[in-house]
Design a protein around this ligand. Sequence first.
Ligand code: WTA
Length: 654
Amino acid sequence: MVEKVQAPIEALLQEGRTFPPPDEFRQRANINDPGVYEEAERDPEGFWARWAEQLHWFRKWERVLEWNPPWAKWFVGGKTNLAYNCLDRHLTGARKNKAAILWEGEPGEVRILTYWELYRQVCKFANVLKSLGVKKGDRVTIYMPMVPELPIAMLACARIGAVHSVVFGGFSSDALRDRIQDAQAKVLVTAEGGWRRGNIVPLKRNADEALKECPSIEHVVVFHRGCYEQSQVPMTPGRDLWWHELMAQAPLECPAEEMDAEDMLYILYTSGTTGKPKGVVHTTGGYMVGVYATTKWVFDLKEEDTYWCTADIGWVTGHSYIVYGPLLCGTTTVMYEGSPDWPERDRWWALVERHGVNILYTAPTAIRTFMRWGEEWPARHDLSSLRLLGSVGEPINPEAWVWYWRNIGGGRCPVVDTWWQTETGMIMITPLPGITVCKPGSATRPFPGVAADVVDDAGNSVPAGAGGYLVLKRPWPAMMRTIYGDPDRYVQQYWSRYPGIYFTGDGAKRDEDGYFWIVGRIDDVVNVAGHRIGTMEVESALVDHPSVAEAAVIGRSDEVKGQALWAFVTIKEGVDRHQGLEQELREHVARKIGGIARPDRIIFAAELPKTRSGKIMRRLLRDIAEGRALGDTTTLQDPAVVQTLREQYEHLEG
Ligand code: WTA
């Protein structure tokens, strides 16, 4: 076993301690020439075109980019198919029998699908979708546990040109219903359940509830995960069909549809600053190229690597870096269904050891949880197969970065802290592990060809060391194209603050070396354990409860989750504030949205602080929750309100 680095974290965090790529890593890296930055900068379109040329096109593009801000078209006139590039392209060489997906279920089963087998299943399921009347451009909603059938369904959609909309399995029936309705999906693909921490997630039951109000759905395909007996699963005749029965009859032959580079590939809903989630739209050609390039360079993939991204495919990280990126690169991508502490807190490390994982990509919230559980859990396993570590989803604090580097990476693996968003589709700010000297806590520099900046209110770049808004100043291939059914909101939300410049919603600093330090969201979006949750969504769920008059939800800093949801609530006149009400409201939110949105704390207030024009001042509620001095209160309508709240809060805590 590789020797563990013994220095205490504090010593490693000393001012100025930086982490250059280890020599051996740098020498073998896919990219180790810093000249790539300059080269891409000189001709960004040429840079992306060279990546595109490595992939398969039925017809080559005429122009790399057509940019009418904020509307972009990439690889104009090009025809391609993403599933073809992920599968068929690999079948003529040695990858045909290589593991494409290496899956482990929470109860412990292992399934390995080779590229050939994955290709077969995708073609067959594509034919199943066709037999159900799904045509190019139709939307298919996928609400599944983390099983291989989830990427199979996505790739089948991509193969025939249907648009997939994957809804995270932790979302409630209401959330599923809203997303199906918005997308007007024709088919829903689900399973009867999935395993999570030894419990069954009742997906089919939630789906049935949602479908009471989804007339667009013609058929439901149900994969039998084995949580319940088939006979125990209520199937609506004519509408619901078993996955395995359809597959048994499906032919294998299914040519890949020739898709225009700008044809829609998928919709993925994400939280914004209003109560309504927005359907982020990604298209085919540019997304494929951006995700391919970043996977290859950021994760330094080698033919023999086993790569594991621990995200759920219900989020963009899973779309881009469990499914599409790794398969485009012909990699073995690991999928794990369940929870990290099932049956014990070393499940992930057992997985790394058993499958010989070389590259691990996870979230800071997981790392902080492992820190809390203690070093002994990873120490029980041989983690020497690991050679590169990644982080995504929220700012990683330097302590967690160093802990990860030392206790998981054994002090020999570079750590890539990657900043990006559902909207960007691909990693945007990141180290290149064979080139970049890392500073714990910094996502370092924009990927070659990406133009990021930190600007002030007027849109001017801030000087080194100063803070401001993180923006992107040049289009990139995997960028979102619009919000499904709401182009105005696309323009308004991302492109109106600074015309022609993409507004990320994140705050950031840039240091003397040009390194970016992401501070976090500056809008009404809270990042709880790496999940984006709109405070407005939680507020509308709360006021939907018969006892609640008003609600204001804020993010409060949390040691493990990064941020936790706290709700300040006023109740209706005459309602009894009984003992169980706090719990009842928390559960109500979980039912309306999903467990990830369940507030940590509900604080009952007589009144909420408001401006004279009646706007709730969430900023002051944040000050109260964090226990710090109140900011500017001059616009407050009634200063007594915050005073009372503060006293009440101190009383609550004491
Ligand atoms: C945050 C996840 C700091 C950020 C891929 C962003 C990060 C939001 C990082 C997007 C990082 C993501 N450092 N913050 N490395 N990565 N974020 O859409 O606030 O779920 O705007 O995409 O997560 O979250 P989303």
